[in-house]
Design a protein around this ligand. Sequence first.
Ligand SMILES: [Zn+2]
Length: 342
Amino acid sequence: MIIDCHGHYTTAPAAVGRWRDEQIAAVAADPAFGGGDAGPEVDDAEIRKTIESAQLRAQRQRGIDLTLFSPRASWMGHHIGNAATSLHWTRLQNEMIRRVCDLFPTSFAPVCQLPQSPGVPIDASVAELERCVVEMEFVGCNVNPDPSGGLWTGPPLWDDYWAPLWDKLCELDVPAMIHVSTSVNQNLHTTSSHYLAADTTAFMQALTSGFMSGFPGLRWIIPHGGGAVPYHWGRLVGMAADKGWDFDAVLEHVYFDTCVYHQRGVDLLVDVVPHENILFGSEMIGAVRGIDPATGRHYDDTRFYLDNAGLDDAAERAIFSGNARRVFPRLADRLPPEEDTP
Ligand SMILES: [Zn+2]
């Protein structure tokens, strides 16, 4: 069994984008705008078409059984509008993900976005997380460490501001992928500099603060192969030794996905990071959509790199599905027992 821990609905029907554009225009004209109407009209046939022609087709070609599926990350846009528009947009997006997972229950499991907004208490995000997990059987969420969109004006992840969200994640026993959205800072390109810097930043906020020891069940997935962390492992381990930071304690809480789009990058990842801390992911269909002329395969076909990384059976099993089962325990309801999978 192969579980992809990182997929977004990047091919959502055009009506969804149009609805959001109208909402953005409305809140630009009136900063107190309350959120908008009931949402875009999208029928099931259209959802089927957008999935079957894209993510599902690639999943089948690559032999991926199940993808943990969340709303398009660059569209979260927490910096846009106000708390009400963020909440309304977020709920619509999460409900769209629920529909995809209802239409393809064996191929996708739902992961939610949160209605974050700069300068606003985290309470609405806690409530939406609970709604998604308890009422709609979501198995995880995405947390944006920088809802300002590349300006980093908010409190770091170790600040007490976030504690109610970490408590709720522990209570519900679901993990968070720490995943930024669009950058409004012209110094930072969204899916390269901003994403990878945020991944590295999240890890460092955990390492330098040690705050995760106060939340024993808290689990984060740091996407995009962990940003610069695996490549600079020695720098960070060395700093931790100098400064008295507990590096190993962070690894009890933090996992890295495999969204690294070349063989030598994946080789480094699996060579450096303990295998129990790696979850298979591809973020397909995402930031890089082309084919590598050197391999004839899509850059984001990360299964190909892992298949060629020289892993033993135990490591393959852990990275492709075993670790995901541990990190996302709510998947157990929808999967056959691990011992029954080939
Ligand atoms: Zn992503």
